[in-house]
Design a binder for this molecule. Structure first.
Ligand code: PHE
Length: 336
């Protein structure tokens, strides 16, 4: 480059700036750097022309060329950083993998959940009994043999204690086989007179079919007072059934054997022309009261254990108990 003036410096600056702006790869940018500022680069040769400039102007041009070079290099470096960032982001996007499971179609279209039918029935029962002066209590699902059997007067030879019926843990606990395990826990904690219900999940080593599940729900009920008779028991149970089903449900009492009640009964209900076994109940055995630290000479009680799962099935006309634990959203959504 021979002749040099301010205009030619400005022009070459604008040209290089434009080129930098339009570049979209690091490789192209590097090529531009060499073709502009390399040994034979356009800007380099412009600087080489400086020695041909008149002496009195040389200083001024030199300063301008240096300043321009610095500005262009700064611009170029900025562009390089930007391109690098873009490249990394692109790679990250390409390498991104989705580790989440696809969700059910049903969930996508209806994001509003609903309570499980057993929860609906449990809540209804709780409300009924709260109105009748009962309180709702709880107990552990992994239970000691003591509360599940011993304190309920169940002898160690009783078939319910058999490995075939009960899930035992390695550490000698059991998965509670009924909510009756809460009876003595409640007696220990509360002073009579007392009225409690205790809903909860229970486990039995059952072979699965339409009416047997290894996991199911019960609700225990217990009342302890100075005078408690079978007619109290019948009154509360009839009230419960009337409220749940909306009409006077016909019931029948049969003698039933449970070591923790005396006398003991099974109560059947009349549904669709058949007697259905609904619950076990009776007057609390004096030994159980004593286990709970309550003087059986002064206090009496009744207890019942109602099959919450069974009740739910009757209430919503569910024909197979396996639906309850099945987790099928199509089934569950019907109760929203
Ligand atoms: N626990 C008994 C069962 O699971 C039911 C029951 C409860 C019986 C309370 C009598 C009193 O079958």
């Amino acid at each position: 480059m021979g002749y040099m003036d301010l205009d030619s410096i400005n022009k070459i600056k604008l040209t290089i700036e434009n080129q930098i702006s339009n570049i979209s790869s690091i490789k192209d940018l590097e090529e531009l750097r060499i073709s502009s500022f390399g040994k034979k680069g356009s800007f380099t040769s412009l600087m080489k022309g400086l020695k041909e400039v008149r002496e009195d102007k040389r200083k001024e041009f030199g300063a301008l060329l240096n300043k321009t070079k610095k500005e262009l290099e700064y611009f170029l470096n900025e562009k390089r950083e930007k391109l690098k960032k873009e490249k990394i982001l692109k790679e990250l996007k390409k390498e991104w993998i989705d580790v989440t499971l696809p969700i059910y179609e049903e969930t996508k279209t209806n994001s509003v959940g609903s309570l499980h039918p057993e929860s609906l029935v449990r809540e209804e029962l709780e409300k009924i009994f709260l109105r009748l002066g009962f309180s709702v209590v709880d107990g552990p699902e992994v239970e000691s043999e003591y509360y599940n059997f011993e304190a309920l007067n169940v002898p160690s030879s009783h078939p319910a204690r058999d490995m075939q019926d009960t899930f035992f843990t390695n550490l000698g606990s059991v998965l509670r086989t009924h909510t009756s395990s809460i009876q003595v826990r409640a007696l220990e904690k509360l002073d009579p007179p007392l009225r409690i219900v205790a809903p909860g999940r229970c486990y039995r080593c059952e072979r699965l079919d339409a009416s047997h599940e290894h996991t199911f729900y019960q609700m225990e009920g217990m009342m302890v007072d100075k005078v408690v008779s079978v007619s109290h028991l019948v009154y509360f149970l009839k009230t419960l059934l009337r409220e749940i089903f909306g009409y006077e449900v016909k019931i029948r009492l049969r003698p039933g054997y449970f070591p923790f009640v005396e006398p003991g009964f099974e109560i059947d209900t009349w549904f669709n022309g058949k007697w259905l076994e609904m619950l076990g109940c009776g007057l609390v055995h004096p030994k159980v009261l004593e286990y709970g630290g309550i003087d059986s000479g002064k206090w009496q009680g009744f207890a019942f254990g109602i099959g919450l799962s069974r009740l739910t099935m009757l209430r919503y006309q569910i024909d197979d108990i396996r639906h309850l634990q099945g987790g099928n959203l199509k089934f569950l959504k019907q109760f929203s």
